[in-house]
Ligand binder design. Structure first.
Ligand SMILES: NC(=O)c1ccc[n+]([C@@H]2O[C@H](COP(=O)([O-])OP(=O)(O)OC[C@H]3O[C@@H](n4cnc5c(N)ncnc54)[C@H](OP(=O)(O)O)[C@@H]3O)[C@@H](O)[C@H]2O)c1
Length: 246
């Protein structure tokens, strides 16, 4: 039976790959993101789109109204919206502490608030039994990625997912987290991935290759399947073994 699937950050990268995977099964998919033109050009046949800043309660209220009108129930909720903040507008202020405050605030908004606000807004619409909530964390939650702000924001999703799994479990809803390593062909690095860094990241894997959006989408699809109904409150790493290192 066709399911209703809501995907934040669905216009690009991992979210878009997931959208293609679910749409190919005949599911009804709603793509969310801030840039309407990116969502419209996503090129997934039959999808609905709604543009909103999901770190803003007013934007999320608009999504909830749209979902109520167009979908009713939500079978699968995937939170792929996020980022390290590098692509966001940078502050003019050169004060070093202002820069730190900006970086931590932006990472919290992009990765935590987007996921928490959208979850809370749609929680009562999740299909029961059978509903699925899936968060996107990162290898950075385990080992950092530079400033600490991005990894800390992603790590914040883990206890939120555990609390939510306890809360929603009695309704037959599972909640899991997928934590990718380096994934190519996304907008995440904003074209700033140089060859030496790429080689280093690929070199950390046991598989000897970069991850693809399809690798993560397939894992999300599996966790959303009926067969994964007894898997909840888990963090599944998709990184070719990179977190363990050599
Ligand atoms: N690529 C990697 O190597 C990697 C590794 C580990 C984890 N991840 C995580 O995987 C998820 C997907 O990232 P990706 O690699 O597919 O990168 P991506 O292509 O940059 O996708 C992120 C998406 O989030 C949307 N977004 C960002 N802020 C938003 C907001 N406030 N409200 C609504 N939408 C927002 C962006 O669209 P708009 O700008 O139009 O809003 C974009 O479509 C992210 O959470 C990322 O942190 C990625």
């Amino acid at each position: 039976m066709a399911r209703n699937v809501v995907i934040s950050g669905g216009g690009t990268g991992i979210g878009l790959a997931a959208a293609r995977e679910f749409a190919a099964e005949g599911d009804r998919v709603l793509l969310l993101g801030r840039r309407a033109e990116v969502l419209e050009k996503a090129g997934v046949p039959g999808v609905l789109t709604y543009a909103a800043d999901l770190s803003d309660p007013a934007g999320v209220r608009g999504v909830a109204d749209f979902v109520a009108r167009e979908l009713g129930a939500v079978d699968v909720l995937i939170h792929s919206a996020g980022g390290s903040g590098q692509l966001e507008p940078q502050p003019d202020d050169e004060d070093p502490l202002e820069a730190v405050a900006h970086q931590w605030t932006v990472n919290f908004r992009l990765n935590v608030l987007t996921a928490a606000l959208l979850t809370e807004a749609l929680k009562e619409r999740l299909a029961e039994p059978g509903g699925r909530v899936l968060f996107l964390s990162s290898i950075a939650a385990y080992r950092g990625s530079g400033s600490g702000a991005y990894g800390a924001a992603k790590a914040a999703l883990h206890p939120y997912a555990h609390d939510l799994a306890r809360q929603l479990g009695p309704r037959g809803i599972t909640v899991n987290v997928v934590a990718p390593g380096y994934i190519e062909d996304t907008e995440f690095f904003g074209g700033r991935m140089d060859e030496a860094r790429r080689e280093r990241l690929v070199g950390e894997t046991s598989t000897g290759r970069a991850g693809t959006p399809g690798d993560v989408a397939a894992t999300l699809h599996w966790l959303a399947s009926p067969g994964a109904g007894h898997i909840t409150s888990q963090v599944v790493q998709v990184n070719g073994g990179a977190e363990r290192g050599h």
